[in-house]
Write a protein that binds this ligand. Structure first.
Ligand SMILES: Nc1ncnc2c1ncn2[C@@H]1O[C@H](COP(=O)(O)OP(=O)(O)O)[C@@H](O)[C@H]1O
Ligand SMILES: CC(=O)N[C@@H](CCC(=O)OP(=O)(O)O)C(=O)O
Length: 291
């Protein structure tokens, strides 16, 4: 009996949060590292179906870096990264489209349906919602050409909101199309998630990664930083404590906070129900990025 009462208490604790987030958009970025772990992915998707069922509007933006690299290796193309972005020639772009906008995008939507939720995979074959342009990175040696790599300049907000309204979870791969040239572009999934959250004026943006958040020592989980502001983040990037895949995430988060997204969290997607704990309890899991 006591156990049953405790369960009811948990539901009541969630009630306030459920009310607060009803009809509000939360953008969830699924990193490739979480998707490499089928059990972790399944639990994350169950959490997302729960969120939708209680009236929140979850929107998924996903990457799939590890799977793309595997497919490239199978095709005998060596993956190459420049400042954290994948060099994307035409052959690589074809693989990115097949793996990211094809297999992974369809797989996530299908798994959500299997759990009993409703999802809509948004890709070049169904409905594309991300538009962008090619980027060039500056370097002391002159501009660096990354091939078919872009950033998002426009998001089809209406299509995404209509799906949410209709009770479907939009699943968005990190690829865009250049409206002027029709060129398809490979976009870093962290920056794509930030662009979607900004365009939708999301209440929350949650990154599900393979670490428990930002750490002062990246190899030591006990050095988790619970709350990270711009000043601290910039200092940690300058002295190298934040590096590699964490740099584009944190940089884009700081920019996005300036543009109206209310709350941003980086949490561990491998921790069971970390998403629900983050949203529906007072427990702070992971790192919150603040002004
Ligand atoms: N200060 C830091 N704290 C935590 N992780 C860090 C830090 N600096 C670099 N990292 C790296 O960032 C990685 C997460 O980013 P990324 O590789 O882009 O994964 P994903 O896109 O799947 O979330 C971690 O696995 C870790 O190796
Ligand atoms: C331009 C660029 O680098 N695009 C990324 C897109 C996928 C991604 O970002 O996936 P994760 O979130 O799993 O890292 C890539 O090709 O790997």
């Amino acid at each position: 009996m006591e156990e049953a009462i405790q369960k009811a208490d948990v539901l009541i604790e969630a009630l306030g949060w459920i009310r607060r987030f009803r009809d509000k958009i939360t953008v969830i970025k699924l990193g490739g590292s979480v998707m490499e772990n089928p059990d972790a992915l399944r639990h994350v998707l169950i959490d997302i179906v729960f969120m939708e069922t209680v009236g929140m509007w979850p929107v998924v933006v996903h990457g799939g870096g590890a799977a793309i690299s595997r497919a490239m290796e199978a095709a005998k193309i060596e993956p190459r990264f420049i400042h954290g972005r994948r060099y994307t020639d035409d052959a690589t772009l074809k693989i990115v489209e097949e793996v990211l906008a094809g297999q992974i995008n369809e797989d996530i939507a299908q798994k959500i349906e299997e759990i009993g939720g409703r999802a809509m995979n948004l890709n070049f074959k169904t409905t594309n919602v991300l538009f962008g342009e090619k980027i060039q990175l500056d370097s002391p040696e002159g501009p660096l050409d990354l091939g078919n790599v872009g950033h998002v300049t426009r998001v089809d907000r209406t299509t995404i909101e209509n799906l949410c309204y209709a009770g479907q979870v939009p699943i968005i791969p990190s690829m865009a199309i250049d409206e002027a040239t029709g060129q398809k572009l490979n976009v870093n999934a962290d920056t794509a998630a930030n662009a979607v959250a900004e365009a939708l004026g999301a209440e929350k943006l949650v990154f599900l990664s393979d670490v428990n958040g930002v750490r002062t020592d990246k190899n030591d989980p006990s050095t988790l930083v619970h709350s990270l502001n711009g000043e601290k983040a910039r200092a940690m990037m300058t002295d190298g404590r934040i590096e590699s895949g964490m740099i584009p995430k944190v940089e884009a988060c700081l920019q996005t906070l300036d543009r109206g997204v209310k709350k941003i969290h980086i949490i561990d997607g491998r921790l069971r129900h970390s998403l629900l704990l983050e949203i529906y309890t007072n427990m702070g899991v992971g790192t919150e990025i603040v002004h």
